[in-house]
Each structure stands twice: as C-alpha cells, then as structure tokens.
Ligand binder design. Structure first.
Ligand SMILES: [Ca+2]
Length: 301
C-alpha cells in the first residue's frame, strides 16, 4: 500500500538525504513539503528545500512554515551543515517557486481533507506541527501517524541533555508529544547507529548521477564538519524516519510516556521517557542497520 506523506523539514544535509530517499521510494507518495526554520533561518531552509526538490524533479508543492520557535530565540547549526545549510553544494538557478499558502494551513487542510490517510514526517523542529495542533486540534485525531526525528533517551548533540530539534523548540516538542497524536519518535540513540562510513561514501561517489553527486558533495562536507568537531562518521538522522515510514519492521521500540523539559536551565529540551502501554507515543530504541542500508542502496543506487 502506498503511504501518503507530508514532509516537514529544515533542509539541512540529512533532511536532503531524507527527501531523496522519500522521492525515490515507490511506497511513499509525497503530498507536499513544508520548510521550517531550524538548521538555518527559514529563507535558507526554504531555498534549500526548493533546490533539492527541483534537482530531484520532484513535482510537489513546497510551503514555508514557521520562521522562529514558539518562545525561544532561534539557534542554528552552521558548524555542522555549513553557512548555506547544505555543505556548499552549488545548485542550478532556482526556478521552482514556493506556494503562497502557509505550511501550517496546508498541513491542517490536507489532514482534514484526507482523514486517517496522511503520515507526517517531521525532521526539523516541531514548531509547525505544534501550531497546527493548537489552531486545529481536530486534526490530532485525523492524522494517520506522525514520525518524528527528535530527542535523545541518553545524552544529546547540542547540550549534554538535549538533541537539536527538541532544543531548538522544546515548547513545540512538548505540545506535540503530549497531544495524544499517534507519534513514532526516532531519537538520537537510534539515528546515531546509521552512519555514513568512508568506504560507503567512496562507493556512492562512483555513481554517475546528478542527485547522488549532490548528496555526496554535502556528505563530504558533513564528514569534515563531524571530524572537525571531534565526532565519528556522520549520521544521516532524518533519513532514518523515512526508513520507518517505508519499512517499520526494521525497528524495535516501546510505547512510552514522554515529556520535554522547558525550564530555562541546562535541562532545556531534554526528553524524559518511561515505558507505558497506555501511551500514544511509540519510541524506537533499535534498528537493523544492515537492513536500513539495503533499503538505502536499493533506492539510491
Ligand atoms: Ca533536520
């Protein structure tokens, strides 16, 4: 069965990899893409999203979402994704145009018009989803599922207690996770198991394909940025959510009661989680990495 999806992204190198995967999958039909502020300010994430879709010849509408977190000041990540957010890839002139409708309204309208049909895959901060749930709480019961990259059961990648997306907008994350919506959470602990090794990157660099070449240019930058920051092989966090939407059987996990700390101290953006069979939030805790890369290679090579 083909799954109808809306992507909410802050493109971002790993968002780009996720979008490529989603576009190449015959199991997913992308209804639209919303760009939100996160890795970079909205103007850049919007341009990056449009450029990636244009490069993929992906004929889907692209919408601008939220320009800033609900409460906090924005906090971008140029040290990991580059000043342009995509590690310096040079795109052809941008011809694809964004829609005039706001991304949050697109989300609400599409879910209302297609009850229990739409899976939302959110790989940036959750500001748009929180706004949509606040404006139109009826869609919480109409969404088929909401797959989120965010949070960390242990540690973090922005502070020692918080993952980037939840740190960027902790209030939005808390609103979404406590909404009762059917959420699948893919935290840092799971995405961190999906890394692009040097051997693998070299192999992808041999592929004669414009889109794959664009991906490799970004991943090379990403690899250097990781090394520069003293980190191991780069992680394609957001692509892991696409894999969940395509083949959830490669994951393990549990229903958990979850909350996100929103106090303005060193714990801001921290994910707290405890097993609970009554929760609407399924937290993935494991992934069959070999199976992930079989899917990845099948789609891309
Ligand atoms: Ca992202």
């Amino acid at each position: 069965m083909i799954k109808r999806v809306i992507l909410d992204v802050d493109t971002g190198i790993d968002d780009m990899v996720a979008t490529i995967m989603a576009a190449k999958s015959e199991s997913l039909k992308i209804e639209g893409v919303i760009a939100t502020a996160g890795n970079q300010p909205l103007t850049k994430t919007m341009n990056n999203t449009l450029s990636v879709c244009q490069q993929l010849q992906l004929d889907v509408p692209v919408f601008a979402g939220a320009a800033a977190p609900l409460v906090k000041k924005p906090h971008c990540a140029p040290h990991i994704h580059g000043e342009d957010g995509l590690g310096g890839v040079v795109f052809p002139p941008l011809e694809k145009k964004g829609e005039t409708l706001h991304g949050v309204l697109f989300l609400i309208e599409t879910i209302r018009a297609n009850p229990h049909e739409i899976t939302v895959i959110a790989t940036g901060p959750l500001t748009d989803i929180a706004l949509a749930f606040s404006i139109a709480p009826d869609i919480i019961g109409l969404i088929d599922s909401l797959v989120i990259m965010g949070g960390a059961l242990k540690g973090g990648n922005v502070t020692s207690h918080a993952e980037f997306n939840f740190f960027y907008d902790g209030e939005a994350a808390q609103i979404v996770l406590s909404s009762g919506a059917p959420v699948v959470l893919v935290p840092l602990d799971v995405t961190s198991r999906v890394r692009i090794s040097e051997d693998r990157l070299k192999r992808y660099e041999q592929v004669e394909n414009q889109v794959i070449r664009m991906m490799c240019t970004s991943l090379r930058f990403y690899q250097k940025a990781y090394a520069h920051n003293g980190l191991e092989d780069p992680i394609i966090h957001d692509a892991v959510c696409i894999a969940y939407a395509i083949d959830p059987r490669m994951f393990s996990g549990n229903l958990m009661d979850v909350s996100v700390t929103c106090s303005y101290d060193e714990w801001y953006g921290n994910l707290k989680a405890a097993d609970s069979i009554n929760s609407s939030v399924f937290v993935t805790t494991g992934i069959d990495t070999a199976r992930f890369f079989r899917l990845f290679d099948d789609l891309l090579l």
